[in-house]
Design a protein around this ligand. Sequence first.
Ligand SMILES: [Zn+2]
Length: 207
Amino acid sequence: MERLLTGYNRFREGPWLSLRQLFLQLSLGQAPDTLVLACSDSRVDPQRVFDAAPGELFVVRNVAALCPPYQPDGQYHGTSAALEFAVNALRVKQIIVMGHGRCGGCAALLSGAPHSCPEFVAPWIEIASPARARAQARAQAGADLQRACEEETVRETLSNLRTFPFVTAATAEGRLTLEGMWFDVGLGELWQMDPGGAFAMIAARGP
Ligand SMILES: [Zn+2]
């Protein structure tokens, strides 16, 4: 805790002071253009990867950056609730699904959830079971299984996003786009999915 409070102190003396006007303006309301759906993994912070300002990104993070299919059954759907709010209330213009390298959620999808996490992680990760099947097929053809699973999981999340009527309506109206990305933790490189589903590293643009 002490380490975090020291960090908070640095925030108050540095970033908060320099962004004071922005924070004051944001206290009146938020209007982010982008929803980022990323993994909860401590190494993959969208705010940091995109060097984004406060108020710029509406971020949802969960195990393996999954979105369940549209299921309006009155249960506790945290990710779907955030999605509904971002698209219908904030009217974000783009949704970025960001997978990443060495994803423990994808490892659990391939090898089973840790024995200590049978109640929620195990059933949650099964949302992406179609991605597992596709990754295993790609591995048969020589692909790296873990990497293939991470990419296929991004595709699966994008596919599930399209099962939400308000997402398909917004994309059909041309006011919302969906993007898939993958972040390489070790190298700090961001890869982007093209319309055909292939991932390519985003070239550095220089300063
Ligand atoms: Zn992960």
